[in-house]
Design a protein around this ligand. Sequence first.
Ligand code: NI
Length: 227
Amino acid sequence: MLLQIPDILTADELARARQLLAQANWADGRATAGAQAAQVKNNKQLPEDSAQLPELRQLVLTALNRNPLFFAAALPLRVLPPFFNRYGDDANFYGAHVDGAMRPHSNGGYVRADISATLFLSEPDEYEGGELLVEDTFANQRVKLPAGHLVVYPSTSVHQVTPVTRGTRLASFMFIQSMVRDAHQRRMLFDMDMALLQLRQIAGETDNAVVTLTGTYHNLLRLWAES
Ligand code: NI
């Protein structure tokens, strides 16, 4: 499942993020790629010692944490601190790859990447190309969103960023370990959660069927979630 979440960032947050990125020094993006991915990765990334990185990370994590749609879709257990990248000039693409499953966390241990997310930080008309192309079950999905919008997709999918042939594409990307490991179970819970939202509008919070189905949602979560 691919899900687009509009306006994760406020206009002020987006402006601040772009201001910080304009001050930053960029490094070769291959630093965080595994051996296979490094062969097809050609972009720039903020290095871990970047002075701007702590504020940028806090800004994005705060935005994710307050977004109910992100929570419903990802059921996040742990989010790896977000990374920031730039595509343009002669470092302008990331070929087909699958994101590595286990990502080392700076505080020790690992985060299992169940879900990947891209937060667009450039407007679509600021660059040519630079689409996120995700191989989905039945078709390839091409994603290019307004600045401040997020797309979440399964980390298990083969995906790429097509070459940026004009301008600059800035983005943040992150990996999420979900409380529900299985993508199908996660999808069913999300569909049920969204349907329940509609049912509450129609029938009210205390309607018997709504209460029963809400209980079923939580009981499924109890069966499937790990914490
Ligand atoms: Ni990737």
